[in-house]
Write a protein that binds this ligand. Structure first.
Ligand code: PHE
Length: 457
């Protein structure tokens, strides 16, 4: 068997490739920047001690997130294959099963991610509808589950399918070149507006005021968990994206660029959310206390409704447009994980995309009808699977790679890097520190999951 057809790909199969380095870095940033930055980060920060949490989060990104990014990029670039082909080729036959599990994991994540993307679309669509303006809280509960949600879930999947069907260089790359600059403009524009509101500084204080009192083991867990989810590591999405780059690209700089851009976006999202809440006396209200989803879909819409008029409508369109763009640039990476597997096996891309889209749609149906189920799927269940898969990926590179291939992983990590090289430091963290941290987090996540299952029954 030649390396070229390790996972059953026809020999000589022409794989798609990124057209430019800029395009692939944007695509990775697009995958990383998502609901985790805009919806989840600001809320978790205010809850977990403000600036103290931000500091821990940055440390988690540097010590765990960036080395994991480098690991995934190294694996994908080395194999030039889908996640299934990567693990089969670099680890041996049975490792392919782990790759298949990663594909299923991404399909599952997409099934709930798409429903939240669908909510954002509904707000963009219905921003002009008086039902929304009279009672924003009631409006959310009228659209968060049911047939309308299901309809927009189909729309969200269809848009994703439409982009991914065109391939990496003709679909994903041109899409992110439009989506990411748009995201930047919407985000910064909204934050600047929010910071000029009266009372904005009270929001900033609420967001960032250091509170050492809340520091506990849970804070560390939250910081590390947020870092993994937000950077998209542990999903295999970055392995997939990296399989379309050439073997001489500089992965050290790429990992740092993606890591810090993701942190930057999350921080700016906080400067958008909290000044708005403070200016409209929504800090600490029941709406704002219901997690990130509550802040984005209940509290902020109340602020926009209070502003009202043309400006209110405009802000609804901009904020939910921003959420939609952020979700879409992530969902295309969730979909590409499975699509690259089937195309590596010689299935035409469009067939694979449509098939996967249908499966994702089907799996999302129960979530579109039960937000309780969605909460469960998006919370402890995803966290547990994510930490488990990140653990396996770290152990794979740290302990198994050299034995199987007789290659030095550090050389592979540093290939193409000139000057700035992260390989050695990242490798030692991946080998000795990160698996221990991930195992600890995994135990906590399973514990939470058991509690949540109990609550669900
Ligand atoms: N990183 C994304 C976010 O912050 C979530 C995601 C993970 C998206 C994996 C794609 C792949 O929302």
């Amino acid at each position: 068997m030649t390396p070229g057809n390790a996972d059953g790909a026809p020999a000589g199969l022409e794989r798609d490739a990124w057209g430019s380095r800029w395009g692939y870095v944007l695509a990775m940033v697009g995958s990383a920047v998502g609901l985790g930055n805009i919806v989840r980060f600001p809320f978790v920060t205010s809850e977990q001690g403000g600036a103290v949490f931000v500091l821990l989060y940055v440390v988690a990104v540097v010590l765990f997130g960036i080395p994991m990014l480098l690991t995934e990029l190294t694996l994908g670039r080395r194999s030039q294959r889908s996640v299934v082909g990567t693990f089969e080729e670099l680890g041996g036959g049975h490792w392919g099963k782990f790759g298949v599990a990663l594909v299923f994991f991404n399909v599952f994540v997409m099934s709930w991610f798409s429903v939240i993307g669908a909510w954002s679309l509904i707000y963009v669509w219905e921003g002009l509808n008086p039902a929304y303006w009279d009672d924003p809280t009631g409006f959310f509960f009228s659209i968060n589950e049911g047939p309308v949600t299901l309809g927009f879930h189909a729309v969200f999947i269809t848009v994703t399918v439409g982009i991914v069907a065109f391939g990496v260089s003709k679909g994903i790359e041109p899409a992110v070149k439009v989506l990411l600059p748009l995201l930047g403009v919407l985000l910064v524009g909204l934050a600047v507006y929010a910071l000029t509101l009266e009372g904005a500084m009270e929001g900033v204080r609420y967001y960032l005021e250091p509170d050492f009192g809340v520091l506990s083991a849970g804070t560390f867990v939250a910081a590390a968990g947020q870092a993994f989810f937000s950077l998209s590591v542990g999903f295999g999405a970055l392995i997939t994206y990296a399989s379309y780059i050439d073997r001489e690209s500089n992965l050290s700089t790429d990992s740092v660029t993606v890591g810090f851009t993701d942190v930057g976006v999350a921080l700016v999202a906080g400067f958008l959310v909290f000044p708005l809440l403070a200016a409209f006396a929504l800090l600490g209200t029941p709406e704002a206390a219901q997690g990130g989803i509550g802040v984005a879909f209940l509290a902020l819409p109340n602020a926009f409704a209070t502003i009202g008029g043309g400006l209110g409508v405009f802000l609804v369109l901009v904020f939910f447009g921003l959420l939609f763009v952020a979700a879409l640039s992530s969902s295309i990476s969730l979909m590409e994980v499975g699509v690259s597997w089937v195309t590596d096996r010689g299935v035409p891309r469009w067939k694979g995309v449509v098939l996967l889209g249908l499966v994702m749609y089907g799996l999302g149906i129960p979530m579109a009808f039960s937000s309780g189920l969605l909460d469960f799927a998006a919370g402890a269940f995803t966290d547990t699977l994510l930490l488990g898969s990140a653990f396996v990926i770290a152990v794979f590179l740290g302990w198994l790679y050299r034995g199987k291939l007789g290659e030095d992983p550090v050389v592979e990590m540093d290939r193409g890097a000139s000057g700035f090289r992260l390989g050695l430091a990242a490798f030692w963290l991946i080998r000795f520190v990160i698996p221990v941290v991930l195992l600890g987090l995994f135990v906590v996540a399973v514990w939470t999951l058991v509690g949540d299952v109990g609550a669900l029954l």
